[in-house]
Design a protein around this ligand. Structure first.
Ligand code: HEM
Length: 501
């Protein structure tokens, strides 16, 4: 029979192809079996609708075009919740006000477990950043709170301003840049300064190496590395090397500090003085550095981009900071030392324009999808079954880009009044059980960078061909990390003002 000859020939070819081909084929066969067995499972009556495609076809869009995929899922099922399988993991996507309320408050829904399987760009070192017991996580959170106490944060402000000055000086008197390179790099430096130690943050080469390594983790986060972390794909091997190198950099800095016997006034010292195990110290720096730098970096890039396209808000923010300087009777030296004389409390309570700009930036350009795993017994959200062990996700676009809640939702308008009719109608810093634990630090970083940039430079947006355009680019919600528009489609043109940075 012809087909058996074909099969024979195929198997002979396969056997002579060697281990890599056999291995890949075995994996593909395994995936197909998993996909077929999961599609044969019978759903109970109160289960959310399934997508009208094989689950295998959902994997790539979930990781690569998440915003479009989610919208398509709601449209294709015609429901406010739907489910699909990521290999053997059941994922339920929910939307709407009451789902949002349940999602943010349900006791059994766990963020750490949800994040682990569905995200994966955080360096994973067993016992350091993964498999953390609840006790260790809460210790890390406690130390993060300590970094943000008044005294500690106040101490950080002058160093953050000095870092910003040093990097902005390298931009020269005029030019143009992609904020996702330059501003992101600046925020990375400030985050390293705030969350690690002088040994790392004073050395531009080490900071730049660290940033490259974290970029490798981001780029290397493919569906395969997240779902099949044991599969030795080239991306996985690269990720492992990058993680090891990050680990080595952090451990070397800790060892250098311990061996020097010199006590310094920074976050590492606070961690060491607290007497925590080394693993907690390393986990704190490795894990929070990237979580903090990415979210704050994305927000800073978008804030300055929006301000470049909205001169009225640029002027308002600038006037606000000038007003603060005038009321401080700041010495007329450099801008950075003038800004360093503004007390923490003033930065936090007397900047309504900057606060509105941050709030609106997070609404329009933070493409977060909140992820949880149900570690409790089965439960229902909006009448739909959430089995124990399943994953539940809530896309922030459901609320932040909802025209019923925010009129003309893609429009950047910091004047919007907070919408109060709908529960959890703003979740820029999270909500309910899970709110951002780094918010205080992030807000200060954003304000400092914006203040120094607005006073030190004039800027506007230019399109891909270098022509000034009044329109800021549209945030790309399919880019789950940075919301970044296509590279080369715009840049910020700047020119130094007469003031000394
Ligand atoms: C503009 C910058 C930031 C934004 C917009 C932001 C936003 C958020 C949001 C929305 C959540 C909740 C996530 C969810 O429900 O799925 C969250 C949680 C968290 N954030 Fe941030 N974040 C920022 C910066 C930071 C920084 C700088 C740090 C640390 C240094 C940090 C540490 C955390 C931690 C530890 C959690 C988890 C809280 C928990 O497990 O209960 N964030 N953040």
């Amino acid at each position: 029979m012809p087909y058996s000859v074909g099969l024979q020939a195929a198997s002979a070819a396969l056997l002579s192809a060697g281990f890599p081909v056999l291995f890949t084929t075995a994996i593909i066969v395994l995936l197909v079996i998993v996909a077929i067995t999961s599609s044969l499972q019978k759903d109970v009556l109160d289960a959310p609708s399934r997508l009208p495609i094989y689950s295998l076809f959902a994997i790539i869009p979930f990781f690569r075009r998440r915003y479009d995929f989610m919208n398509w899922g709601f449209e294709a099922t015609g429901q406010s919740a739907f489910q699909f399988d990521l290999l053997r993991n059941k994922v339920i996507v929910v939307s709407g006000e009451s789902a949002r309320q349940a999602f943010f408050t349900a006791k059994g829904l766990d963020l750490t477990e949800g994040f682990k399987i569905l995200s994966g760009a955080i360096p994973m070192v067993r016992g350091v950043t993964s498999d953390l017991q609840t006790k260790r996580i809460s210790l890390i959170h406690k130390r993060l709170a300590a970094v943000q106490k008044n005294e500690q944060l106040s101490m950080l402000i002058p160093s953050m301003l000095e870092d910003s000055r040093r990097l902005m000086e390298t931009w020269g008197n005029s030019g143009s840049f992609d904020p996702f390179n330059n501003i992101y790099e600046l925020i990375f430096q400030l985050t390293v300064r705030s969350l690690s130690c002088a040994e790392i943050s004073d050395d531009p080469c080490v900071v730049s190496r660290l940033k490259k390594l974290y970029d490798t983790l981001d780029v290397g986060t493919t569906p395969a590395t997240v779902l099949l972390p044991w599969l030795p794909t080239p991306a996985m091997v690269q990720k492992l090397w990058a993680t090891k190198e990050i680990y080595d950099i952090v451990v070397a800095a800790i060892t250098a500090r311990e061996q020097s016997g010199v006590s310094r006034n920074d976050t590492l010292q606070m961690l060491l003085d607290s007497g925590d195990e080394k693993l907690v110290v390393v986990g704190f720096i490795m894990g929070l550095l990237i979580a903090g730098a990415r979210a704050t970096g994305t927000t800073a890039c978008w804030m300055l981009t929006f301000l470049g396209g909205h001169p009225e808000w640029r002027d308002k923010a600038k006037a606000e900071i000038e007003g603060l300087l005038a009321s401080q009777n700041a010495p007329s030296e450099s801008l950075s030392s003038q800004l360093a004389s503004i007390p923490l409390e003033t930065w936090e309570t007397e900047t309504p324009a900057l606060d509105s700009i941050i709030r609106e930036t997070l609404r329009v350009a933070q493409p977060h999808t909140a992820m949880r795993r149900n570690l409790g017994p089965e439960m229902h959200i909006d009448g739909k079954l959430i089995p124990s062990g399943s994953y539940v996700v809530y896309p922030f676009s459901d609320v932040h880009l909802n025209p019923d809640i925010y009129h003309d939702p893609w429009k950047f308008d910091p004047n919007r009044q907070p919408e109060t009719k709908s529960a959890y109608s703003y979740v820029g810093w999270g909500g309910g059980k899970t709110t951002c634990l780094g918010q205080r630090l992030a807000r200060i970083e954003l304000k400092i960078v914006t203040a120094l940039f607005l006073l030190g430079f004039r800027h506007c947006i230019v399109d891909g061909s270098g022509k000034v355009t009044p329109e800021p680019p549209l945030p790309n919600w399919n880019d789950i990390l940075l919301c970044r528009p296509p590279q080369g489609s715009f840049s910020l043109r700047y020119e130094r003002s007469s003031a000394t940075l």
